[in-house]
Design a protein. Structure first.
Length: 77
């Protein structure tokens, strides 16, 4: 499992058990995670009263879409 996957899983599980975002931030900081990694992990989840963590949508561009966009912008020049 990649470290970023471990971080995402830990954050989701901690939110699911009712831990506060500050408690999670403190635990991850004490474990050696960089502040930007901690912020990114927490930002992946909506701050909601829903009983389980609610993921935020993540922007995604496939390699095919990236190539197509680059090709189209090149052709328009």
């Amino acid at each position: 499992m990649r470290p970023s996957d471990q971080l995402a899983e830990f954050t989701r599980d901690a939110l699911a058990t009712g831990k506060s975002r500050q408690d999670i931030r403190d635990a991850l900081s004490q474990a050696g995670w960089a502040p930007n990694e901690v912020a990114e992990a927490l930002d992946a989840w909506a701050d909601s009263d829903f009983p389980t963590p609610v993921p935020r949508p993540r922007p995604y561009v496939s390699a095919r879409e990236a190539f197509f966009m680059a090709f189209c912008s090149w052709r328009l020049r």
